[in-house]
Ligand binder design. Structure first.
Ligand code: ATR
Length: 276
């Protein structure tokens, strides 16, 4: 039987862990597939996707800076993709159309709740940043019956606008960092791009409630500056987004192959590799 082809498109893409994760999933579930990383700049995105599917490709992951373009490309979208206006997974369907899904939000929720034991129900959540990464996680968090979500951003207009967009789904407000002083939160999620430059947003002291936790959507071989900040605030848990990366990949894999891999085994392996 010919091997099925999948890939992740991004720019840059060199350090992506997705090929490794999907190869481990394939091995574990006995699926015969190949998964590559391809550097695709935004201006070449539509042509590269069309060529990939024309050549017999079955499914794609899309990462920074291509998720909004993937959303525009997908002919059919899941409800969660529709809401987030970003797509990280494309799947060729039986009728030849391309389906777009966004598995980032469910990946985050699964990692928080199941892998780290961080409860969401009735919790006050602070999301730092109002870009594409934040947009994808607001609705999935609201669906977990959180008490409220506050979105804080350097550019205040963007957090206000994002909050307004999701206001019909639950208690969500937008503000600037300076307005956070005096408030406390049970969970603080870093969705800014600041980890990439090792710069922390200006966070007032005392933001984290007793027993509160911190989660960085970014990840790296070393602890991110935000994970270290959480530790300094005596967070119950202060963790990065490696588990979310594996969980979002597992949901994409299940969409393509109809089988959900064991994520725990892969997370354990990747954690061991980066510590070593
Ligand atoms: P992504 O799709 O990864 O979310 P993005 O849409 O470019 O990327 O959004 C980046 C987010 O990180 C924004 O919220 C940005 O704040 P602005 O909207 O004010 O630009 C935030 N960000 C980037 N660098 C930051 C820094 N050094 N401090 C605080 N926020 C930062």
């Amino acid at each position: 039987m010919p091997i099925d082809h999948y890939a992740v498109f991004g720019h840059p893409i060199k350090h992506s862990k997705s090929p490794r994760i999907h190869s481990l999933f394939a091995e574990q579930t006995g699926q015969n597939l190949q998964y590559n990383a391809q550097d695709v700049p935004a201006e070449q995105f539509a042509a590269a996707v069309a060529a990939f599917f024309a050549d017999g490709g079955k499914g794609l992951n899309c990462t920074i800076p291509l998720k909004e373009l993937a959303w525009a490309y997908a002919e059919v979208k899941t409800e969660r993709a529709q809401l987030s206006k970003a797509v990280n997974t494309l799947a060729l369907q039986a009728d030849g159309s391309v389906l777009g899904d966004n598995t980032d939000g469910i990946g985050l929720v699964t990692d928080l709740v199941h892998n780290h034991g961080i409860a969401l129900t009735a919790r006050r959540v602070l999301v730092l940043g109002a870009g594409g990464a934040s947009r994808g996680i607001i609705a999935p968090l609201l669906e977990q019956s959180v008490h409220s979500i506050t979105i804080a951003n350097r550019t205040v207009d963007k957090s206000m606008q994002l909050a307004a967009e999701f206001a019909h789904k639950g208690a969500v407000t937008g503000c600037g960092f300076s307005e956070l002083a005096g408030q406390t939160f049970d969970l603080i999620i870093n969705a800014t791009a600041s980890s990439l430059t090792a710069e922390l947003p200006p966070l007032p002291a005392g933001l984290l409630a007793a027993q509160g936790s911190c989660y960085d959507l970014a990840y790296g071989n070393d602890k991110t500056v935000f994970v270290r900040w959480g530790e300094d605030q005596h967070a119950h848990k202060s963790v990065d987004g490696l588990g979310m990366l594996v969980e979002q990949a597992a949901v994409a894999f299940a969409l393509w192959r109809g089988v959900h891999p064991d994520t725990q085994a892969v997370i354990t392996l990747l954690n061991a590799e980066r510590v070593g």
